[in-house]
Design a protein around this ligand. Structure first.
Ligand SMILES: *Cc1c(COP(=O)(O)O)cnc(C)c1O
Length: 367
């Protein structure tokens, strides 16, 4: 009996990440009602750290009609989570396992002739044009030859061309997407001139979808927006994550006490320090040291000193803080707690990197 109680305490005394799927559902519905065409839910990187299967199922239940991922492994995981809408994988090696793609009904992107040559079995493909990223996708000068090769492969029954895709590099800057939009329109025209009939044209991700309806076309690919991140800064979306950690130790220290590695923080008065068992291995960026705050005992408090691998110290002042009290590292922000956006700013990065960087040992739960 005593042993049982002890073990339950230990389980509940770990850092935890709680995912609010009702926020994902609300964000999805918002994009579904805005989009002129359909919504592809992008669930790469474990659903932006929110759980690949959970986000995929929630998005489809809320009106998304496509799922997008970067790898065949992710696509198969989506299928195995019970989702039956079309699934597209767009960052495949040239020797991608096309039989698995066909067996699981996965669409593949085709960024060039080498990739196209390896495809067979009537696999559904999306021809991928580089619309200004100089990253993935076919270079514009190779597009014409890719179109005619794709048409030949289609006539031979090796592939079925269902889509054309592009991606915009500067969609969060007003007006900066015009060259990419023009390149994409030309690319689609060239596909038609080659005899292809792609029915799914898709170009926009979250920023473009929120700011430029002219990019919506047949489908918008939404990743960040589903989990409450708006890179365009125009729209209030709902954040789904709540990251908590229990206080595991409290101590009273004198003024002038150096805290943590390098003593970058020295107390300027007698104060109470609270220790949280969470650090950069759990996804708190070390570069946020000196600026970061957490919510503890009713208000925001400074993280004292550098963020360690497994622990941080919080300066709780003269307030009563006890072992077992729960600190909120970040949450939706509704009650004053820090947000994912705050952590991104403190660390000099973007919210995407915070949500996809939560460590494997953080206990996850779903609301
Ligand atoms: C990640 C990604 C998306 C989703 O972008 P968000 O801005 O997160 O919505 C869409 N398209 C491509 C090609 C991507 O790599």
């Amino acid at each position: 009996m005593g042993a049982l109680v002890t073990s339950v305490r230990q389980v509940s005394a770990a850092p935890g990440l709680s995912v609010d799927l009702t926020a994902v559902a609300a964000n999805t519905r918002r994009f579904v009602s805005w989009a002129r065409g359909g919504v592809m839910a992008v669930v790469k990187a474990d659903g932006f750290g929110h759980g690949l299967g959970d986000v995929a199922r929630t998005a489809v239940a809320s009106g998304a009609t496509w799922i997008g991922v970067t790898s065949l492994a992710e696509a198969v995981a989506v299928r195995e989570s019970g989702v039956d809408v079309p699934v597209l994988s767009w960052l495949n090696p040239a020797d991608v396992d096309v039989r698995t793609a066909v067996r699981y009904g996965i669409d593949l992107s085709v960024p060039g002739l080498e990739h196209l040559a390896a495809l067979d079995g009537g696999v559904r493909v999306h021809l991928q044009l580089d619309t200004g990223m100089a990253r993935d996708g076919a270079a514009p000068e190779s597009w014409l030859s890719l179109m005619s090769a794709a048409r030949r492969a289609e006539l031979a029954g090796r592939v079925s061309v269902v889509g054309v895709m592009g991606h915009l590099p500067c969609a969060d800057m007003p007006g900066a997407s015009e060259p990419g939009k023009r390149a994409f329109t030309r690319g689609v025209e060239m596909a038609r001139q080659a005899g292809l009939r792609p029915s799914v044209r898709h170009l926009a991700a979250t920023s473009a979808a929120l700011t430029d309806p002219g990019t919506h076309l047949d489908v918008v690919r939404i990743g960040a927006g589903l989990v409450g991140i708006d890179p365009s800064g125009t729209t209030r979306l709902r954040s789904a994550l709540r990251f908590t950690a229990p206080v595991v130790q409290v101590r009273r220290v004198a003024a002038g006490t150096g805290v943590g590695y390098g003593h970058s923080y020295v107390t300027d008065r007698e104060t109470t320090l609270a220790l949280l068992p969470v650090g950069y291995a759990d996804g708190l960026p070390r570069t946020a040291s000196g600026r970061a705050e957490v919510w503890l005992a009713g208000r925001r408090r400074s993280v004292a000193g550098v963020i360690s691998m497994d622990q941080v110290v919080v300066d709780a002042g003269d307030d009563a803080v006890m072992p077992g009290d729960e600190a909120v590292v970040f949450g939706p922000g509704e009650n004053g707690e820090p947000t994912v956006g705050d952590w991104a700013r403190w660390a000099g990065t973007i919210p995407h990197e915070i949500v996809t960087g939560i460590g494997a040992r953080v206990r996850r739960s779903v609301r």
